[in-house]
Design a protein around this ligand. Structure first.
Ligand SMILES: CC(C)(COP(=O)(O)OP(=O)(O)OC[C@H]1O[C@@H](n2cnc3c(N)ncnc32)[C@H](O)[C@@H]1OP(=O)(O)O)[C@@H](O)C(=O)NCCC(=O)NCCS
Length: 200
């Protein structure tokens, strides 16, 4: 059973652990294993300084089940006319600490001319992917964005990351830019895409 909640500075250690595991197992993230800064206090301070909703926030998807295989999606039906919504009933709560299966980060800049936009980063552990967790995290992000006056969500991804492309297209994101040879994976240069969505 997966529970999604907004994280607090106390989650810094678990969040870092999750990010390090993702760096080890995921093929298309920015950091290679060992490159990510891993100072727990620095992460705690980073989360504190986000001062949600000022500069963004993090959501964690936590497995509350004894076994990762028990993960289920429990998102409520969206309201008519809204694609990626979560009802207030699904607004973040302070769930008990379980294993973090995935996270989504929302980043905002402080300047008035760009307050309407936010940048997303998402990562789900392999053993918990393909079960709707990414979809639910993206719905939470959209719901949070609407509540806090964000009108445009955007992100970047490796073009051959088919799972990510599928998730973002499903959530209504459109390709806005192509960036050839933007990332080097081993001895290959790969294309990155920028995708975005306007929230009506
Ligand atoms: C990309 C990622 C976020 C998707 O999360 P997820 O929890 O697996 O996504 P969901 O289960 O909600 O699936 C969303 C859609 O993507 C599609 N999808 C999921 N896994 C897929 C795969 N391996 N290949 C192709 N499509 C896939 C599904 O068809 C699904 O649509 P559906 O529900 O209509 O069937 C996740 O795989 C991940 O974190 N990967 C590693 C890190 C990463 O690449 N992050 C993105 C960086 S930009």
């Amino acid at each position: 059973m997966i529970h999604i909640r907004e994280i607090t500075p106390e989650d810094a250690g678990n969040l870092l652990k999750l990010m390090q595991e993702l760096d080890r197992e995921a093929d298309y993230l920015l950091y290679e294993p060992g490159e990510r800064p891993v100072e727990e206090e620095a992460m705690r301070e980073h989360i504190r300084k986000l001062d949600p909703p000022e500069y963004g926030t993090f959501f964690a998807a936590e497995s509350l089940a004894a076994e990762a295989g028990d993960v289920v999606a429990t998102a409520p039906e969206p309201e008519p006319g809204e694609t990626g919504t979560t009802a207030d009933a699904e607004a973040p709560s302070s769930g008990s600490a379980g294993e973090m299966a995935g996270y989504l980060e929302i980043r905002r800049l402080p300047w008035k001319r760009v307050r309407h936009r936010a940048y997303l980063v998402i990562g789900i552990l392999k053993r918990c992917s393909g079960q709707g967790v990414g979809t639910r995290l993206m719905q939470q992000a959209e719901s949070w964005a609407r509540r806090h006056g964000v009108r445009r969500l955007h992100l970047t991804l490796v073009a051959e990351n088919h799972a990510a492309v599928a998730l973002y297209r499903k959530m209504g994101y459109e390709t806005e830019g192509r960036h050839p040879a933007s990332m080097r994976l081993g001895d290959r240069y790969v294309e990155e895409l920028t995708m975005g969505k306007w929230l009506d």
